[in-house]
Design a protein around this ligand. Structure first.
Ligand code: ADP
Ligand code: MG
Ligand code: MG
Length: 249
């Protein structure tokens, strides 16, 4: 069973410490939600796991099945079974969804799938996710709606079958359509072996996704943990109480 283990992670951006000791374990089949106010370091956590060069890990560890992810290149992380939505380019002119997916699958599996088999696999994944087959021929991200971007993200997950997926749902561009796509996608994955780390600013998404665990982030740390009931509390009471706790911790 796959396990992503984050231990006492410290991360700096431009010499400023943003993450100040994060501990979190995500096991296969679990859905964890990280919630917290703007600027609390949620995206920094996602970027650090993804290996973004701007985010310097100054302490702690990130282990996937006991192996240090931090020593791996971005490609190696993907091959090891990590799915990090934000590592992919925003817009690639002239590259179709289908071509992009084949490249991604090749990178992760270490060999190119036969075109016929790949096409079959892609069609069946798209059918399962109720995506219009014409979507495969669209240029990557060109003119994609928020919902289509998210649909593409979930399609990638379906094709790549990661051990652990880190989804950073920024507050911008999450219209109701996108929200539903993400929710349905995450709910599909939670019944399987994929561990999901869903990072979000909005408590709203948790009406559609029932996480097994909720972690509240404030000032670069997890300041509270609980079950789905914690999300409901946040929706009614907001982050204020936790922000204060985080600041004094
Ligand atoms: P969140 O996703 O919770 O809104 P972020 O991780 O984006 O928070 O940001 C946390 C803090 O780190 C903020 O103070 C932000 O200004 C800073 N920060 C994050 N990324 C960068 C960056 N690339 N350059 C400079 N500062 C950054
Ligand atoms: Mg520490
Ligand atoms: Mg963010």
């Amino acid at each position: 069973m796959a396990t992503l283990e984050i231990r006492d992670l410290h991360v700096s951006v431009e010499d400023k410490e943003i993450l100040r000791g994060v501990d979190l374990t995500v096991k296969a089949g679990e859905t964890h939600a990280i919630m917290g106010p703007n600027g609390s370091g949620k995206s920094t956590l996602a970027y650090a796991i993804a290996g973004h060069p701007k985010y310097t890990v100054t302490g702690g560890e990130v282990l996937l099945d006991g192996e240090s992810v931090l020593d791996m290149s971005v490609d190696e992380r993907a091959r090891a079974g990590l799915f990090l939505a934000m590592q992919y380019p925003v817009e690639v002119p002239g590259v179709s969804v289908s071509n992009f997916l084949r490249t991604a699958v090749t990178a992760v599996r270490g060999e190119a799938p036969k075109l016929r088999e790949f096409s079959k696999e892609m069609r069946s994944a798209m059918a399962e996710l109720q995506i219009d087959p014409a979507f495969a021929q669209r240029n990557l991200n060109e003119g994609f709606s928020g919902g289509e971007k998210k649909r593409h993200e979930i399609l990638q997950m379906e094709m790549l079958k990661p051990k652990v997926a880190v989804l950073d749902e920024t507050d911008s561009g999450l219209d109701i359509d996108a929200l539903k796509v993400v929710s349905e996608g995450v709910n599909r994955f939670r019944s399987g072996d994929t561990g999901v780390l869903l990072i979000t600013h909005y408590t709203r998404i948790l009406r559609y996704v029932k996480p097994d665990f909720v972690h509240v982030f404030a000032a670069g740390r997890i300041v509270e943990q609980g079950g789905p009931e914690l999300a409901e509390l946040l929706e009614t009471e907001g982050y204020e109480k936790f922000t204060k706790a985080g600041a004094s911790a």
